[in-house]
Design a protein around this ligand. Structure first.
Ligand SMILES: [Fe+2]
Ligand SMILES: [Fe+2]
Length: 208
């Protein structure tokens, strides 16, 4: 006998929810770009503690990529060769840039990017729920919260930097301007977290 959860896990996501399939493909490749960028960022730093912290974040991104790959495989969504190439180039470019743009900018733009990544995983949760699938909630919650922790780490590093007000005015990210509504001092449990990011723009309009 096939249970409903078995049949749900065997659906073809490209047909059932093309936008979610696309979001997973993009997240998988985006995690590689992030990991590449952090390799360059860590190498460009002199302080051993700062270097180790960035390497830890890099390891988180590789772990996210493994988790997203498992989801792609479970729902028979192919890895996008286009995204793989595109994000490979982006990650490599950012890694090189870290050597020439000084100390502040890699921290600022990493934090800004992480801020936007948080919602991707909660939006995925909402999309899975629309298909009646809740078995990935804990994993998606964990990844979304990890991205939030990354954002908080980068913000903390540059909070007192004199350039922050200028960059904040131009690029619209700092302690008061986030691209998500997750707050680490008032976290909600997994069961309520699907309401995170409901009012933030997402990539769910994309097609597989
Ligand atoms: Fe990540
Ligand atoms: Fe991250």
């Amino acid at each position: 006998m096939v249970s409903s959860s078995d049949s749900l896990s065997r659906i073809n996501l490209c047909q059932a929810h093309p936008a979610l399939a696309k979001l997973l493909q993009r997240a998988y490749s985006g995690e590689k770009a992030a990991a590449f960028a952090y390799i360059g960022h860590a190498k460009s730093l002199r302080d051993p503690a700062e270097k180790a912290a960035i390497q830890e974040i890099e390891a988180d991104e590789w772990e996210h990529r493994r988790h997203v790959l498992a989801l792609l495989q479970q729902y028979r969504v192919p890895v996008s060769r286009g995204y793989e190439l595109q994000f490979h180039l982006i990650g490599t470019l950012i890694a090189w840039a870290c050597y020439v743009i000084g100390w502040f900018m890699p921290y600022y733009f990493a934090g800004r990017l992480e801020s936007g990544n948080v919602c991707e995983y909660f939006v995925m949760m909402q999309a899975f729920h629309s298909l009646g699938i809740k078995e990935h909630d804990a994993l998606l919650y964990e990844m979304g919260m990890k991205e939030k922790a990354h954002e908080a780490y980068f913000l903390e590093k540059i909070a007192a930097h004199p350039w922050l007000p200028i960059f904040s005015a131009v690029f619209r990210w700092d302690r008061g301007h986030s691209f998500n509504d997750v707050t680490l001092d008032q976290v909600v449990p997994v069961s309520e977290s699907v309401r995170y990011c409901e009012h933030y723009p997402s990539s769910l309009h994309m097609r597989c």
